[in-house]
Design a binder for this molecule. Structure first.
Ligand SMILES: [Zn+2]
Length: 124
């Protein structure tokens, strides 16, 4: 499943970053998901919850933010947030909100990234 490999990648990256910073615990993870990243946020959150068990990320608060899709329309010149039929997370239809053109350039909203993590360090 797509969300599982995505979740695994996120957790691996977070643990690596945490270890590189001598963290004892990760307390918060901020994740941004583009609406076109083909990721179901609920599923991702569930997978992350399973994968963090028995790691230093176990007690982290996971914050997932959905990022709107930004497009540029070659027909009418519209640039900005797209209309998105996202009832189905896996096959959203993107079109220009002005002229309903579907052959648009997508500028933003395709990625899933770890925006920030908050770690605890040992007292020194
Ligand atoms: Zn247009």
């Amino acid at each position: 499943m797509h969300e599982l490999s995505m979740a695994q990648g996120i957790i691996n990256a977070v643990i690596e970053t945490a270890e590189n910073n001598n963290a004892t615990e990760v307390t918060e993870i901020g994740i941004e998901i583009g609406r076109l990243a083909m990721i179901n946020p609920e599923q991702l959150k569930f997978m992350l919850g399973v994968l963090v068990e028995n790691t230093i990320v176990e007690d982290a608060v996971i914050k997932i933010e959905e990022i709107p899709v930004e497009i540029e329309c070659p027909d009418c010149g519209f640039k900005g947030e797209a209309d998105l039929d996202d009832k189905d997370h896996y096959a959203p239809v993107v079109e220009c909100p002005k002229c309903e053109n579907k052959r648009i350039s997508i500028l933003n909203g395709k990625d899933c990234i770890v925006k920030n993590i908050v770690i605890e360090k040992p007292d020194d």
